[in-house]
Structures are given as C-alpha cells and as structure tokens.
Design a protein around this ligand. Sequence first.
Ligand code: KG4
Ligand code: ZN
Length: 352
Amino acid sequence: MLVLGIETSCDETSAALVDDVGRVHAHLILSQLKDHAAFGGVVPELAARKHLEHLPTLIARTLSEAGKNFKDLSAVAATAGPGLIGGLLVGTMMGKAIAAAHDLPFIAINHLEGHALTPRLTHRISLPYLLLLVSGGHTQILCVKGVGDYERWGTTLDDAAGECFDKAAKLMGLAYPGGPQVEKMAAQCADIESARVRFPLPHPLQARKDFNFSFSGLKTAVRQHVEALPQGALKQADVADLCASLQATIADVMAQRCARAMDRFAIEFQTDSPVLVVAGGVAANKALRTRLEQEAAAKNFRLCAPPLNLCGDNAAMIAWAGVERLRLGLTDGLDFKARPRWPLHELKKRTE
Ligand code: KG4
Ligand code: ZN
C-alpha cells in the first residue's frame, strides 16, 4: 500500500509518499514564509496562488525522488480542511484529478487528524491515547479512541496557543511565525525565576475543573508589559525575559490541564502503559515538551512527541492518515467539498 499525501491548508506546500508499514519514501515541504513575511502573517489569496504554482512540480519531484510512478499508488489523500479555502481547493482538486486520471481512491483528510495520528507513524503507538493538539489555529485536549473517533475533552475559548505566541511576538516586534522566535529569545533569558517576577502573567481558567483554555488574556497582559516599558526600541534583555515568562506560563497552563485529563483517562481506560501525545506546530517547543514530560512521568504516562520536522504542517502526516483510512476502507467521493471549518470530533459521523 502506497499513498500520496498532499498538504496545502496554510502556507506550506507539501507532498509525500508513505506506505502501510510507515516508511516515508519521499517527503518534500516548500515553505511560503518568505512570501508572507512582509505582511506579518499569511495572506490567503497569495498562499493559494503559490500552492497552485508549486504543487504540480512538487508532486512530480516527490514521485521521482522515491523512484515511483502514479501507477504505483494505492490512493491519493489530500487535506480537505480545516484551513484557508483557496489552498484547500488547490490541494483537493489536484488530489481528485490524479485520482480520477489514474483510477485511484481519493481520501479527504482532516488536517487535525493528520496531526493526531502522526505518533502512530513515528512511534507505532496503539489506541486509545490522550492528545494535546496545539497549533496556530487549535488548542484542544482530545481522547483518540480510534481512527476517525476523537472525543474532545477541552478546547480554547478564544485564541489558540500558537496564535497567542504569534500575537505576543508581534507585540514585542518579533517576526512571524512568533512561536519559534519566542523560543529563541527565551533561551537568552538569564534567570527564568526573576523574569517571571519581573513580568508576571495570568494563568487563565486555572480554578475551573474542566479542560478548557483561554489565551487572549495572556496576550493582553503581554501588551500591558510592553507598554509599561520605556518608549522606543525594546531592549533585547527585556524581550528575552518577557518571552521566557510567556513560554513558561503557556507550558504551565498546558501541563495543568493535561494532568487533569490524564487522571480522567486513567480512570476511563485503565490501560497498562498510557500515553500522552503532544502534536501540532507548537509541539516543537522544547520548554513545553520538557514540562509535559515531567507531568506525564508524575502520572505514570509516557509522553510521545513527533520529531520536529513532523510537528509543523507536512504531507507525510496526511499520507499516513490516508493509509490509516484506506486500511479501514474509508475513502471519499470526488464530490467531497473542502471545508474551511471542520472540527475533529465531527469526523465520527462520517465513519459510523
Ligand atoms: O500546526 P502548524 O504548523 O500550523 C497550523 O495548522 O496552525 O502550527 C503553527 C503554529 C504557529 O502559531 C507557530 O508560531 C507555532 O505553531 N510554533 C511554535 C513553535 N514552532 C511553531 N510555537 C512555540 N514554539 C515553537 N518552537
Ligand atoms: Zn497544522
């Protein structure tokens, strides 16, 4: 079984070939970062045009790197949502066209399902597991019960964690995407404890018993700290301290919610070796990983985090989700419509 995966939901154009034993035969990711840099964020129309410009050659290169041909494929899987509609249309139309021309099954992949199933590609973990999904658009705690069977235990009530990193970074004059910049600056902080005293930040929703998040207050608190600093260019040391405080606070909030979710998971499933997975672009953050590792160990869970190159948006995870679905006979019609909004917990309806 060999599946071609296509990812175009945001600003990465990516194609990959993955088989059913989890071997990635070829994987190419073309970042549009430079194209959007001047605008301080992703411009949807521009992103769609760039996907259209690069996707055909990227797919051809992926096949030739693997020494494969369209006739070697078992199916074509393309991200069909959630994401920017222009890019989704480019990717799904391309996937459908290849499927139609070569008489292959087409599989519409939910981008979040791609992130959610990545640890099964990289670490062969078995179901069920607990998932902290943290990306630019989503912050959720999910119980992954099966392929297509995701129970949402918690979500953000406002901004996503990645969005919080990005917006706070912008307030501090850092480039987009902000998460990696904040991490880089935080590494320059000399003393994290005094940084947190200098720049205290709130821990939103801490007193509540549910698994939800809220990050917009954190962003506002960062703005207030920035405004309270002397006018003019921010000092490097101030930015480093503020970034360290922000990163530690976000890691704290996530660790606290995950700790509670692990308790619930342990009671509901009583598995021998329970796993907490962290996935999505923000999962690349090392401070967050370390914090979650400690929390997981305290609860007798194993933390599983995909390698850095598979944390961000990529087509290997889409191809793999395609493999998982194809194995279960879950394919889609060529009339499947791309969906800019497509919550993960709604997938179950399709597979029942
Ligand atoms: O999953 P992803 O690549 O795209 C979406 O589907 O949203 O996630 C992108 C998000 C951005 O907000 C980016 O700032 C954040 O992931 N991110 C990070 C790091 N690397 C990427 N946030 C914190 N620390 C990082 N090292
Ligand atoms: Zn993503």
